[in-house]
Write a protein that binds this ligand. Structure first.
Ligand SMILES: NC(=O)c1ccc[n+]([C@@H]2O[C@H](COP(=O)([O-])OP(=O)(O)OC[C@H]3O[C@@H](n4cnc5c(N)ncnc54)[C@H](OP(=O)(O)O)[C@@H]3O)[C@@H](O)[C@H]2O)c1
Length: 272
């Protein structure tokens, strides 16, 4: 199986490196990459042992699976230029788009009739193999192809199959919330700094605690509130912090932040 990448930026780099260097699940020699300048594609290809292509058409010619890793607004120019090359292949290649906000229907409009298309939304934690990626496919994708997409994106983290109608919701809790989590950790570490602990040490302790708490939620099967109850002893210190967060609107601020991201996503998508 040969894999072609159009675009060699942050996300393509994370995926290609996860597939080859990080997990060694795929051979670099099966990977073909192009980009606008070709310089970034050449650098990525050199790093993973893949091949650089001068044009997107060359990538299409050499690949069974095509990953569209350009910015969303670039798709409208890139896809019409390679539609004929894609249509000339038998069978049609599996096309995977990671472009934020671009639906399966939008992609299908720009691709030959019958093209199997998968839409995947990874997040930046892909760079360390810890993405939470959302996945949905169109009706032309076979079970084997879907399994292949899962396998590919498992090299950069976990994969959740979701209905496309819930992709915008996913992009908040699986995408934007990455920044929310960074912000939470930074604020706590700054509070520790104010109280006298070096920021670097405070951030490390905070991040490890978030990591441990996430593992607890995932592995214990418990909902967060029973876990919070376990940490709060009667008349103790932790409940003081929890009730202060509640009084200051911590939970409602998160709900409002969620709504704000979803609203913006809907406006960009023209749904209002
Ligand atoms: N970064 C994230 O956290 C993230 C998360 C989820 C989804 N995504 C999605 O991933 C996609 C890529 O994002 P990114 O952050 O990796 O962007 P990026 O770092 O800016 O990379 C974009 C790549 O596209 C290439 N490119 C631009 N025009 C091209 C053309 N006409 N033909 C071929 N290649 C072209 C660029 O080439 P040069 O290198 O030569 O300039 C660059 O390698 C986007 O659609 C984004 O929505 C990103």
């Amino acid at each position: 199986m040969k894999f072609g990448f159009i675009g060699a930026g942050n996300m393509a780099g994370a995926i290609v490196k996860g597939m080859t260097i990080g997990t060694k699940s795929y051979n670099g020699e099966d990977i073909f990459i192009t980009s606008k300048t070709v310089t970034s594609a050449a650098a990525l290809a050199a790093e993973c042992g893949g091949a650089v292509c001068e044009t997107a058409a060359e990538v299409v010619a050499k690949s069974d699976v095509l990953v569209l890793a350009v910015k969303p607004h670039v798709l409208g120019a890139v896809l019409p230029a390679i539609k004929a090359e894609i249509g000339a292949k038998t069978p049609l290649p599996l096309v995977i788009s990671i472009a934020a906000g671009k639906s399966l229907a939008y992609l299908a409009e720009l691709l030959p009739e019958g093209t199997p298309i998968a839409r995947v939304m990874p997040n930046i934690n892909a760079k360390i193999g810890a993405s939470t990626s959302g996945l949905c496919v169109n009706g032309f994708v076979t079970a084997e192809q879907k399994a292949l997409v899962r396998e590919m994106f498992s090299t950069i983290g976990t994969v959740a199959e979701i209905e496309e109608t819930q992709f915008a919701i996913f992009s908040v809790i699986g995408g934007a919330s990455v920044a929310f989590a960074y912000l939470y950790m930074d604020a706590l570490a700054r509070a520790a700094l104010k109280a006298g602990m070096p920021k670097k040490q405070a951030l490390e302790i905070t991040a490890q605690t978030v990591l441990g708490s996430a593992k607890m939620v995932l592995e214990s099967g418990e909902a967060p509130w029973p876990l919070i109850d376990q940490v709060c002893s009667p008349g103790g210190t932790t409940i003081e912090g929890v009730t202060t967060l509640q009084a200051k609107g911590f939970e409602s601020a998160l709900v409002q932040a969620f709504d704000a991201v979803l609203g913006k996503d809907n406006r960009i998508g023209g749904k209002k």
